[in-house]
Design a protein around this ligand. Structure first.
Ligand SMILES: NC(=O)c1ccc[n+]([C@@H]2O[C@H](COP(=O)([O-])OP(=O)(O)OC[C@H]3O[C@@H](n4cnc5c(N)ncnc54)[C@H](O)[C@@H]3O)[C@@H](O)[C@H]2O)c1
Length: 384
């Protein structure tokens, strides 16, 4: 599949058309100049069809952006929740719904998610269920949200027993990607986004992968044009996949490349010592290793993928994770096998992996017998 395009061409908006059955169409709009961002959000705020607008963000982002929000979102009420994945839970949803209700908010309101993936998932879920559904808009403020979570319509929260266990598919009215918002992002958060960018390229677009290989310095320097290009290309890839399969009946599963092992690894580290992006990078390295082991890809392709992950300062082998002792490596392996056996995307008790034929060509999920998975994992974890 090829989606790559000339970097110099205009790419300020992208239309997303979901399958006819869903009847949803919305636009993603990019901006780099504050004036353009203000113009596009004002156009939206002035739409007559909304009775009110509420912006949902967290305390950390609000501290950084309170004057930006107050200046640009005139007349918009702000709801501030606590920062962190641990607040992506049902009680936060209830808390926001109660606030909306106490303020007399009706069905014609529009909610604005101003934040990263956590705020986007929470706001989208509130929008999906408050009064059986109100409008919402995304203003993603992390690279991960710009390249991944703000596109595709998955919303929801975690349960103590698992991530994203409660949620819905609910599409926004619009997504505003304002690239300068990324300037205040910490390095770890940038790396989380980059892991998903690399994933998009590996599963769908070989030339985009080549672009990443050739533009490492600009990526490391957080060049704004480059980040805009990363955001556009990744959003376009995700949109293309979601347009074909909104609810993960088939193709959408390829977006899980690297994620089956990643979820198990995050679980091992109690969602603390390791970021989601690091876990995804490690999971992608294993899925690549496995694809090579099954002779689906050449050694050359394997090396290119591992090199790109490492050059972006993401972990591609076990010694780059916060787990170094061999004895613990065995316990780690066992934990991953048990956790993967419980993956919510398993079918008939078998773990399903996304493997690749080539860079840019992911395969639909392949069921892997436990014995084969254990052998590949122990080779990857211990013998490598
Ligand atoms: N819906 C989807 O399709 C989808 C896809 C991928 C991930 N997700 C979800 O996204 C979440 C992870 O998202 P994330 O990585 O954006 O994490 P996040 O939302 O927790 O943001 C990371 C950190 O950066 C801070 N932050 C946000 N914007 C900032 C800015 N501009 N400057 C400084 N700090 C800023 C946040 O307050 C937070 O502390 C997870 O809950 C994951 O499940 C959802």
């Amino acid at each position: 599949m090829k989606l790559w395009f000339d970097k110099k061409s205009q790419f300020d908006t992208l239309s997303i058309k979901l399958p006819k059955s869903v009847k949803t169409k919305y636009k993603i709009v990019w901006s780099q100049q504050e004036a353009n961002f203000i113009k596009s959000i004002n156009n939206f705020l002035n739409r007559k069809k909304y009775s009110s607008h509420f912006l949902i963000t967290n305390d950390k982002i609000y501290k950084q952006y309170s004057s930006f929000i107050q200046q640009h979102f005139l007349g918009v009420e702000v709801i501030i929740i606590k920062d962190g994945e641990s607040h992506k839970k049902l009680s936060t949803i209830e808390h926001i719904c109660i606030q909306l209700n106490e303020k007399g908010v009706d069905r014609k309101t529009c909610l604005w998610a101003f934040g990263g993936g956590v705020i986007g998932d929470i706001t989208g879920f509130v929008a999906a269920i408050y009064m059986r559904g109100v409008s919402f808009v995304q203003v993603p403020t992390t690279l991960l949200a710009m390249v991944d979570s703000s596109v595709g319509g998955k919303t929801g929260v975690n349960l103590a027993s698992g991530k994203n266990m409660v949620g819905s598919f609910y599409q926004p009215q619009k997504v505003f990607m304002h690239i300068p918002l990324l300037e205040t992002l910490g390095k770890k958060e940038v790396l989380c986004g980059l892991a998903e960018v690399v994933k998009s390229a590996i599963i769908y677009d070989k030339e985009f992968f080549q672009y990443l290989e050739n533009n490492l310095v600009a990526i490391q320097n957080r060049d704004q044009d480059t980040f805009k290009y990363l955001s556009y290309s990744s959003a376009k890839i995700k949109a293309s996949v979601v347009e074909q399969d909104e609810k993960e009946g088939g193709l959408r599963a390829i977006l899980n490349f690297g994620h089956t092992l990643a979820h198990a690894v995050e679980n091992y580290f109690n969602y603390k010592k390791i970021t989601h992006g690091e876990a995804v990078a490690f999971g992608m390295a294993f899925a690549t290793f496995f694809s090579a082991k099954k002779n689906f890809i050449s050694q050359e392709i394997y090396t290119r993928i591992i090199n790109l992950i490492e050059k972006l300062e993401l972990p591609a082998n076990i010694d780059q994770l916060p787990e170094k002792n061999l004895k613990k490596k065995k316990a780690f392996l066992k934990h991953c096998l048990v956790a993967m056996a419980k993956d919510k995307k398993n079918l008939n008790g078998q773990v399903r992996f996304i493997l690749i034929h080539d860079i840019g060509e992911a395969m639909l999920p392949v069921a892997i017998p436990q014995i084969e998975l254990e052998a590949a994992l122990s080779e990857f974890f211990i013998d490598i």
